[in-house]
Design a protein around this ligand. Structure first.
Ligand code: NAD
Ligand code: IPM
Length: 372
């Protein structure tokens, strides 16, 4: 049985092979830049060990850039993301920087929409078993991947709200056949590389868009008779995630449900500091921790860099599969093992995990464990 946090279905088309991977780096706001440095150091070291090179170029975007320059996502950054082999993004947004309608600056959502990054892959795995808050010992075996549709659903109405004067505001929910078919095939393919179980999470008992979502899921399920399927309503799923999280393999859901449930998942394994993610489209993918800019701890040097480092590992794994380059996949596995070992020894336990390690010390501990 595969125990890796995520296995990507093989790309149908890959970019050209060479020894250098070009990545666009978007450090963003708050603790974003604080966890970016460690992740780049680990990437660089892994590249040295496994015989490839990383060319990383930083680009601006985020709430700070909006506050200082009047734009959240410069076109030059969008172009760089489009050109790069992959993008590593830390976190964006600052609660005090807002648009006139009081919403926040969220260029990460713009990027998902611009590049059609429909597959939000959020692996939830007990990297540090002691950090699992459940008393049931099976919590130590938690290892599932939540696939969050990331371009439509309840987020589609962003900026298109219908206001009825000052009495009400209506948001829109949209589920399209094209995106849902891609999303489900992606999720079934992912399940096939793991334990062959896929859970659909929806609200098909109440919302027409969700009933449509389920109908498309059922159609695609017929193409994958070897994958066991389960259908859960989102409320029941929230309970099941606490009662039997070890039983999940891959789950797939709508954008907003995935946003919420992936944080629940992170809570199950010790917090957002241990939760990496990848937003996958056709040819473009952006990897970023599931956490935000953590304004409550920014500037103190105590942020947990593990989620960002593990996101870099997911990026290498994705690139390795696309390019059919085992060096990148081996580097990804080595980074994951190093994070696990550094957490296990206590040397990478930052404050969120009950330890005392600083961001720099945690990163050094991971580097010390990184081996070929
Ligand atoms: N993907 C993203 O860029 C992203 C995700 C979530 C939130 N945000 C933005 O971040 C800002 C803060 O949002 P929030 O407070 O709801 O969520 P958050 O994830 O920033 O923080 C939630 C809690 O988790 C802790 N935490 C998060 N990451 C951590 C890490 N690496 N190490 C240690 N502790 C960590 C924080 O200290 C905080 O207590 C907002 O502007 C929000 O819009 C951005
Ligand atoms: C900050 C916000 C825009 C973002 C999202 O909703 O995607 C975050 O919650 C996440 O989970 O990545």
């Amino acid at each position: 049985m595969k125990t890796r946090p995520a296995e990507w279905p093989k790309a149908r088309e890959g970019r050209s092979l060479n020894d250098t991977i070009s990545i666009a780096v978007l450090p963003g706001d708050g603790i974003g830049p604080e966890v970016t440095g460690p992740a780049l150091k680990v990437l660089d070291r892994a590249a040295g060990i496994f015989g490839f090179r990383v060319s990383a170029v930083e680009h601006p975007a985020g709430a700070g850039h909006y506050r200082d320059h009047g734009e959240a996502l410069p076109q030059s950054t969008v172009d760089a993301v489009g050109r790069a082999d992959a993008t590593l993004l830390a976190a964006m947004g600052l609660p005090e920087v807002r648009y006139a309608d009081n919403t926040e600056i969220v260029p990460q959502i713009d990027l998902r929409e611009i590049f059609g990054l429909f597959g939000g892959v959020r692996p939830i795995r007990a990297w540090l078993p002691d950090a699992v808050p459940l008393k049931d010992p099976r919590g130590r075996d938690i290892d599932f991947v939540l696939v969050r549709e990331s371009t439509e659903g309840l987020f589609v109405g962003r900026g298109k709200e219908q206001a009825d004067g000052d009495r009400a505001v209506r948001d829109i929910m949209e589920v399209t056949r094209t995106t849902s078919e891609k999303l489900f095939r992606f999720s079934f393919d992912l399940a096939r590389t793991r334990r062959k179980q896929l859970t659909l999470v929806d609200k098909a008992n109440v919302l027409g868009s969700m009933a449509f979502f389920r109908r498309i899921f059922d159609e695609i399920a017929a193409e994958y008779p070897d994958v066991t399927t389960e259908r859960l309503y989102v409320d029941a799923c929230a309970m099941a995630m606490v009662q039997r999280p070890w039983a999940f393999d891959v789950m797939v859901t709508e954008n907003m449900f995935g946003d919420i449930l992936s944080d629940l998942g992170a809570g199950l394994i010790g917090g957002l500091g241990l939760a990496p993610s990848g937003d996958i489209g056709g040819d473009v993918a952006i990897f970023q921790p599931s956490h935000g800019t953590a304004p409550d701890i920014m500037g103190q040097g105590i942020a947990n860099p593990a989620a960002m480092i593990l996101s870099a590992a997911l990026m290498l794994d994705w690139l390795g599969r696309r390019r059919e380059d085992e060096r990148l996949q081996r580097a990804a596995s080595a980074i994951e093992r190093a994070v696990e070992a550094a957490l296990g020894s206590g040397a990478a336990r930052t404050r969120d995990l009950g330890g005392k390690a600083t961001t720099a010390a945690a990163a050094d501990a991971v580097l010390a464990e990184l081996k070929g």
